[in-house]
Design a protein around this ligand. Sequence first.
Ligand SMILES: Cc1ncc(COP(=O)(O)O)c(C=O)c1O
Length: 385
Amino acid sequence: MTDVEQTEFDTVIDRRGTFASKWEKYRGRDILPFWVADMDFSAPGFILEAVQARLEHGILGYTETPHDLVTTFQTWLQRRHGWSVEEEWLVWLPGVVPGLNLTAKAVASPGGSILIPTPVYHPFLQVAGHVGQASIKVRLARSDVRWEMDFDALGEACDRNTRLFLLSNPQNPTGRVYTLAELTALADFCLRHDLYLCSDEIHCDLVLDESARHIPIASLAPEIAERTISLFAANKTYNIPGLGCAVAVIPDAKLRVNFLSARAGLVHGIGPLAFAACTAAFADTSQWLPTLLEYLRGNLRRLQSLIGNRMTPVEATFLAWIDLRDLGIDHPGTYLEGHGLGLSDGAPFGGPGFVRFNFGCPRTLLDRGIRRFESALCARHEQGS
Ligand SMILES: Cc1ncc(COP(=O)(O)O)c(C=O)c1O
């Protein structure tokens, strides 16, 4: 597909009136939203049809996990990511973020701490506070081409009270897909420091770099699987995050019991429409996803040509992490809003001076955003000159 061919992803859908979080934030203001991580694309027809079929039944009561969903998920994980998991390892959840917090609650200890590489998807940075643990933030190291774990700094930062490592892979916001060598080093690190690991793999099917491959870290070896809670969802890939269905894969029986007791009474079950959508998503082998990925690659090329080395190559996700520190602005997110552009400011991610640009949108919209971005940068340079 070339950048000029029309696809379903070129269709601009007016989201006003749907209370979409992304668009509500700037309602009534001339600010184009490229912030929260949902895309301005319709979910695929086969998902909408599955939801419609379930809706036609008419009764939308409390619902048990459908058998089809379990087998479809197991087949998907094996087919796409080469990991075979047992049914009893699976705990279904209404979202990945509850999974992060429940993991922390399940392994918390008095005076315990949680190790978190930054920058990272901002809810990671709130987890420790929710469960009475300390958070230890360690910066990822940036080379010209990528962001990497700094194992020396991680080793120095953790101590014998550190219980848990929170991993985002593929990484939000830097777009990294960690390699086999990096994941092996991280697994060794967790074993050496006796840490549990929570691996959020929600972006695993949004790999844009054709030379990169997503590897579930728990699939590396049984000894890492038994200390890991892996979180998956179809939400990002198929743009259905508002429905709410995710799954925690917990091979170790004791850890699973602790996770289930952390969940009890706090986290609601999953609705029948979410189950229907999620089952259809994990069963997908159509061309919808390859076409989406091609479209996102085209968008990324456009953005990258403007941003240049302010960002490292995005290997996965529809998010670009852009370095604006040279502009000397405390809150670049606020500055860009003043130029009609709604990006995520880096500070809540642990990356002040950066912004995150969500390029999961029709190209005409992206181009408008890129033009505004360009003029905002020019205006700043003119002020400085
Ligand atoms: C890394 C990561 N984890 C979790 C989520 C949210 O997941 P959920 O909506 O299932 O809680 C997001 C959404 O942006 C994300 O980027």
